[in-house]
Design a protein around this ligand. Structure first.
Ligand code: SF4
Length: 335
């Protein structure tokens, strides 16, 4: 089975309970192709569904302003676990978007790999799309004699075993107990976040390709890029602080803190705010010695090519004072 579980009945009954007549449906690009049936179910019930064509990168990125603009009574946000760093309005419903793909095969492959590498204790982590299969994955690994450890982030709405692109607290909590981490999710994006905050081996188990990958090289490549950008930023005189309009990414306090730090080093800075970042628009703003990314921290880690010059995250600013000898890649994910 493929696709995603969109919980149409639950959405419908929630909308009816609110007497909603128009709803804004928001989903990440990968889930957007599956929204047509949901829209038809809602239309049949007399509810007008408007699909947000904007990206939906995370629980930080809820289209609350778009909903007001189109006159929607409610927002259904599919594909993330809950609100990240903002207080959700009462007319917002999160739907997990559970993946239909089974994790069974890839966890079996991962178990064999872990046994082969002599790993006895592993921390198991996953994304919201596969969280409903966490217990199943745990028992599969246990059947191979592997001790499985689970933890949860202290942040609101997070659950046991769950990580996001910027919340890998559950992994940090288990670092001293395990020899390796196993991250079940599509691609290496989430595993890479774990790799940045731990010195242990991290395996990415992708249920869509049935591939299990030791991501050490990916982590080393990211660290090399981070150090490169920081080195280029050491002599910066002009900086652009890049902020985001997304409700869980914008923080006036963070921008003030960054400005104060840069000013204390005699660096001139300007601030620009974006919905989705665009290199062309950044180039139009003129040239800067360094970009300080006060939006999603993963932009500097995974999408640094969007920035026309070196980009650093607020958590990395201190290295401009301290030097790079003791660089800790976990600082790339700090807000
Ligand atoms: S800030 Fe970035 S990594 Fe964190 S939830 Fe939002 S999009 Fe995902």
């Amino acid at each position: 089975m493929g696709g995603y579980e969109l919980e149409e009945e639950r959405i419908l009954s929630w909308l009816k309970s609110r007497r909603a007549t128009r709803v804004l449906i928001q989903a990440p690009d990968g889930i957007k192709p599956y929204l047509r049936d949901l829209c038809e179910v809602l239309a049949a019930a007399g509810i007008e569904a408007i699909v947000s064509g904007s990206h939906a990168w995370g629980g930080c990125d809820v289209a609350v302003r778009e909903a007001v603009l189109v006159g929607a009574d409610a927002v259904v946000h599919i594909g993330h676990h809950g609100p990240v760093r903002f207080r959700p309005p009462g007319n917002l419903l999160f739907i997990e978007g559970r993946a239909g793909v089974s994790i069974h095969g890839v966890v079996e492959i991962a178990a064999e790999k872990l046994v082969e590498k002599g790993v006895e204790n592993v921390a198991l982590l996953t994304t919201i799309q596969h969280l409903h299969e966490l217990r199943h994955a745990k028992s599969l690994l246990s059947e191979h004699g592997i001790n499985v450890f689970l933890a949860r982030s202290s942040k609101p709405y997070m659950r046991e075993g769950l990580i996001t692109g910027c919340d890998v607290e559950a992994a940090k909590a288990l670092e001293s107990k395990v020899e390796a981490f196993l991250v079940v999710s599509g691609g290496v994006f989430h595993a890479l976040g774990v790799g940045l905050i731990t010195r242990k081996t991290v395996f990415a188990a992708d249920p869509y390709t049935n591939r299990v990958l030791d991501i050490e090289r990916n982590v080393r490549r990211v660290i090399a890029v981070r150090l490169n950008h920081l080195a280029d930023a050491l002599d910066a005189r002009e900086a652009l602080i890049v902020a985001s309009t997304k409700p869980g990414q914008f923080s006036a306090t963070r921008i003030r803190r960054v400005k104060a730090f840069l000013s204390s080093r005699g660096i001139n800075c300007k601030v620009a705010v974006f919905g989705d970042l665009d290199r062309g628009v950044l180039e139009d703003l003129g040239s800067f010695d360094v970009y300080v990314n006060a939006a999603c921290p993963r932009l500097a880690v995974d999408d640094y090519h969007i920035f026309p010059g070196p980009v650093i995250n607020p958590g990395e600013l201190r290295y401009l004072d301290e030097g790079l000898e003791n660089y800790d890649p976990a600082s790339a994910l700090q807000w």
